[in-house]
Ligand binder design. Structure first.
Ligand SMILES: Nc1ncnc2c1ncn2[C@@H]1O[C@H](COP(=O)(O)OP(=O)(O)O)[C@@H](O)[C@H]1O
Ligand SMILES: [Mg+2]
Length: 271
C-alpha cells in the first residue's frame, strides 16, 4: 500500500489559539479512514487546511506525492481531492436535478470552459446534453434519481446532503473528504449512506470521514484517527480505538452528547 495523503506535522493557529498542533497521519489509497474527536478538537479545521481553505502555520500535506503548500482550493480539487461541507446548502426552489446542473455549470466555469465559446462553435447543444447525462448519472449514483424533478427544498435534510456528495463526486476525485455526512439523517438514511460510502470506495475513491455517529464510524472505518484539543491522541483499527483509554477519557471529559457517543462506541463492540 502507498499513502495517497500524508499530513506531515501540521499546525494551525487562529491568532493565539492553537487549533491543531503537530498533526501527522497517512491515509493509504483505497482506505476508509475516520477522523474523530470531541467538539472543538480541530476536525473541521483539519479538513479546511487539507483542502486549501486555511493555511497551516507549520508542516505540510502531501496528496499523491504533491505538496499542497500554498495551493488554493480549486487547484487542490483539480489534483483529485474533493470535499463536502458540514453544512450543505441547496437552492430550495430549484429541482434536485437543476441543483446538480447549476453545480456542474459552476465547475465548468471555474475550470475555464466558456459556454459562450461553445455556443459560437455550435457545441452548446451537445455540451448541455452531456452535462444533463452527467447530472442524471451522479443522481443515480447517490440514490436520488427518483427525486430528480422534486424541489430540492422538499428533500429531507439528510437527502439534501446527498446533493453535496453528488457535486463532490462530479469532480472525479481520487479521494473524498466527508464532514459529518450523516448528521441530520435518521437510522435508515444512515444505513443507506454507509452503503454509498462503500460503493464510492469500491469505485476506487479513498475516503476520509469526520463523523459523530460512533456506531457508524466503527462499522465503516478501516482505521480511525483521534484528535483532542488539536492533538493526535490515538490511531488504529476500530476495535483498538474503542477500548483505548486516552480516547475514552477524551470523550468522558466532555458533555453528555460526547459521553453518549463514547457509550455508543462501547456498545458497538458487542453489536
Ligand atoms: N475561523 C476560526 N477562528 C477562530 N477560531 C476557530 C475558527 N475555526 C475554528 N476555531 C476554533 O478552533 C478549534 C477547533 O475547531 P473545529 O475545527 O471547528 O473543531 P471540530 O470540527 O473538531 O468540532 C475550536 O476551539 C474552535 O473554536
Ligand atoms: Mg466540525
Amino acid at each position: 500500500m502507498s499513502a495517497i495523503l500524508s499530513v506531515e506535522h501540521v499546525g494551525v493557529r487562529f491568532g493565539g489559539l492553537v487549533a491543531i498542533a503537530d498533526l501527522h497521519f497517512d491515509v493509504q489509497a483505497g482506505e476508509i479512514v475516520s477522523l474523530i474527536g470531541p467538539n472543538g478538537a480541530g476536525k473541521t479545521t483539519a479538513f479546511n487546511m487539507m483542502t486549501g481553505f486555511l493555511k497551516p502555520s507549520q508542516g505540510d500535506v502531501r496528496f499523491r506525492g504533491t505538496s499542497l503548500k500554498g495551493l488554493p482550493p480549486h487547484a487542490i480539487t483539480r489534483l483529485g481531492l474533493a470535499r463536502t461541507f458540514q453544512r450543505t446548502s441547496v437552492f430550495p426552489d430549484d429541482t434536485v436535478f437543476d441543483n446538480v446542473m447549476i453545480g456542474l455549470h459552476q465547475m465548468g466555469a471555474a475550470a475555464g470552459r466558456a459556454p459562450v465559446l461553445d455556443a459560437l462553435l455550435g457545441r452548446a447543444g451537445a455540451g448541455e446534453r452531456k452535462l444533463r447525462a452527467r447530472a442524471a448519472a451522479l443522481l443515480d449514483w447517490v440514490g436520488l434519481a427518483g427525486r430528480a424533478q422534486e424541489k430540492a427544498g422538499a428533500l429531507a435534510y439528510g437527502e439534501q446532503r446527498l446533493v453535496g456528495v453528488a457535486l463532490a463526486l462530479a469532480t472525479e476525485p481520487a479521494m473524498l473528504l466527508l464532514d459529518e455526512p450523516v448528521s441530520g439523517m435518521n437510522a435508515s438514511e444512515t444505513r443507506v449512506f454507509v452503503r454509498l460510502i462503500r460503493q464510492i470506495r469500491e469505485r476506487g475513491v479513498t475516503i476520509l470521514l469526520v463523523e459523530h455517529d460512533m456506531p457508524m464510524v466503527m462499522e465503516v472505518s478501516d482505521r480511525i484517527v483521534v484528535l483532542n484539543y488539536g492533538r493526535l491522541i490515538a490511531e488504529g483499527p476500530p476495535d483498538r480505538i474503542r477500548s483505548d483509554p486516552a480516547v475514552i477519557e477524551a470523550y468522558l471529559g466532555q458533555g453528555s452528547a460526547a459521553r453518549q457517543a463514547a457509550a455508543a462506541a462501547q456498545e458497538a463492540v458487542h453489536a
